[in-house]
Design a protein around this ligand. Structure first.
Ligand SMILES: C[S@@+](CC[C@H](N)C(=O)[O-])C[C@H]1O[C@@H](n2cnc3c(N)ncnc32)[C@H](O)[C@@H]1O
Length: 244
């Protein structure tokens, strides 16, 4: 199973919160999942796979949940450890994580499961996560989907960010080709100390339709409970339930 993220997150970890976290609806994500927990009468415990710097789990920790986190990137894990002191944290992939107990809820936020590059990989990953769930437990994740995963497209974008310690410009060049989305991201970082740094990394994600994802959930032995605009606006949120 390939590492579609490469070293991208290790190299971006120190800048991640300032570049991205401010625009991500972690509060809405927390509320959405906590409401599901109450509806299905689950205990307050959660594992976040692909947890990044721990922004989502911080909310669960504050709300008294027992929290567990896993991420493949050593540097993201280091940042998350600084932020969330209580939760058990592992450097682990979603394909192999286990925390020594069955969980009521597993979440994956901000398109992280797109690093499963094919429907087969996504199914295998969801099957593994199902094995970590209690009977009736939930897996909740958002995933960018496209109408036609076979359609080849190009995307180009340039953006600037004003951070506390640096001006950053980001060039994004992405292409969907044969059901995979490869993006080349180049960040030019002009530190206020006057040093300049360039980070250029490639990542590869899978291209899925919403129907593909629902099929993967079913093939993993989970019941698809809902597909909704849960917490990420237009990006669908998927909820699957382990058998009782
Ligand atoms: C788009 S970021 C989202 C991070 C975090 N969930 C957030 O909301 O900020 C994707 C994350 O998935 C992690 N990741 C990529 N492939 C992974 C894998 N196979 N297993 C676990 N984590 C992975 C990356 O290291 C990165 O932290």
């Amino acid at each position: 199973m390939g590492d579609g993220a490469g070293r991208y997150y290790d190299r971006l970890a120190d800048l991640w919160d300032e570049l991205y976290a401010a625009a991500v609806p972690y509060d809405d994500g927390f509320k959405f999942i906590d409401k599901l927990r109450r509806r299905y009468r689950l205990e307050k415990a959660i594992l976040d796979v692909g947890c990044g710097t721990g922004e989502l789990l911080r909310r669960f920790e504050d709300a008294g949940y027992e929290t567990y986190r896993a991420d493949r990137s050593q540097e993201m894990v280091r940042r998350a450890r600084e932020k969330c002191r209580q939760s058990l944290l592992k450097r682990a992939t979603f394909q192999d994580v286990s925390v020594g107990r069955q969980l009521p809820i597993i979440a994956s936020f901000f398109n992280s499961l797109a690093y499963c590059q094919t429907p087969t990989e996504l199914t295998k990953t969801l099957k593994h996560l199902r094995g970590q769930l209690q009977a009736g437990g939930l897996v909740v994740f958002d995933l960018v989907t496209v109408d036609d995963p076979k359609k080849n497209t190009l995307v180009f974008d340039v953006k600037k960010f004003e951070l506390a310690a640096a001006h950053v410009s980001r060039t994004f060049f992405g292409r969907a080709l044969r059901r995979r989305f490869t993006s080349d991201m180049t960040y030019v970082i002009q530190w206020r100390s006057d040093e300049k740094q360039v980070i250029s990394e490639r990542t590869t994600r899978g291209c899925f339709s919403t129907e593909d994802v629902v099929r993967c959930i079913e093939r993993a032995g989970l019941t698809p409970l809902e597909v909704s605009n849960g917490y990420m606006g237009k990006i669908p949120t998927f909820v699957g339930q382990a058998p009782h």
